[in-house]
Design a protein around this ligand. Structure first.
Ligand code: HEC
Ligand code: HEC
Length: 193
């Protein structure tokens, strides 16, 4: 028992995982609803809807908790999050985090990407999001995310519309960014391979 708890705590999960193989099946069933918007295999084909594939388990779980609590507001996500249990959240986090992350978008503008890379270095984005921008724990994956969604998210933080858990990390970062910087860094991140 003791060993199991140590494993759970060091994994940093919100809700301890169940050991049943049935969980994968349960998550798959729940995720049918999600794929209607977030795409097959967790890769979104829809404007302003993020891909979920390869997001850190803990990040997915926290965002679902924030939507359910109403601290992160979105007309489409809130009604869905209100219907899901802690067990669903745990299963869905595991399910989407294990999917193959989106490949970077093709046909970028190299000059804009270069500018975006400079913004990312200057603002130390990788210090939290990791060098590969795959994210970790409660910090989101950014690599290969939809470009216009990254722009929207940064504007939402900047405007104080996205607060989530009340951790001011992103508000502090985004508040100081110009629209040009946001456009460039989103382009760079969306095209990362
Ligand atoms: C009706 C469309 C719709 C459905 C169905 C839906 N979502 Fe979403 N989801 C959205 C939109 C739109 C956003 C972006 C919200 C925003 O802009 O802040 C989102 C955001 C999210 C996020 C935050 C991701 C990020 O990168 O910030 C998670 C996690 C999430 N959804 C999980 C789910 C799960 C799990 C399901 C199924 C149980 C689901 N969604 C079903 C529309 C949907
Ligand atoms: C101090 C740590 C920190 C730094 C520095 C940081 N971030 Fe974040 N970022 C976070 C955390 C934590 C989250 C999740 C916040 C939440 O729950 O809403 C996040 C979320 C995001 C999201 C939302 C992703 C999604 O899928 O919803 C975007 C976009 C983002 N960061 C971009 C950036 C960019 C671009 C930079 C550099 C200009 C940056 N971040 C620097 C910690 C950081």
């Amino acid at each position: 028992m003791r060993v199991a708890w140590v494993a759970i705590l060091s994994a940093g999960l919100l809700f301890p995982p169940l050991a049943h193989a049935a969980d994968a099946a349960a998550a798959k069933e729940k995720a049918v609803v999600c794929s209607g918007c977030h795409g097959d295999n967790g890769i979104s084909q829809t404007e302003n809807i993020p891909s979920l594939a390869g997001q850190p388990d803990q990040f997915i779980q926290w965002q679902l908790v924030f939507f359910r609590a109403g601290s992160r507001k979105n007309e489409q996500m809130q009604p869905i999050a209100e219907e899901i249990t802690n067990e669903d959240i745990r299963n869905l986090g595991a399910y989407f985090s294990q999917m193959t992350p989106p490949k970077g978008a093709e046909d970028g503008d190299p000059d804009l990407s270069k500018k975006g890379a400079q913004v990312a270095v200057g603002r130390r984005c990788a210090s939290c999001h990791t060098d590969s921008y795959a994210g970790t724990k409660a910090v989101a994956r950014l690599a290969g995310q939809r470009e216009e969604y990254l722009v929207k998210a940064l504007h939402d933080y900047k405007a104080g519309q996205r607060v989530g858990g009340g951790v001011a990390a992103m508000a502090d970062v985004a508040y100081h960014m110009s629209d040009e910087e946001i456009t460039a860094v989103a382009h760079y991140l969306a095209h990362l391979k």
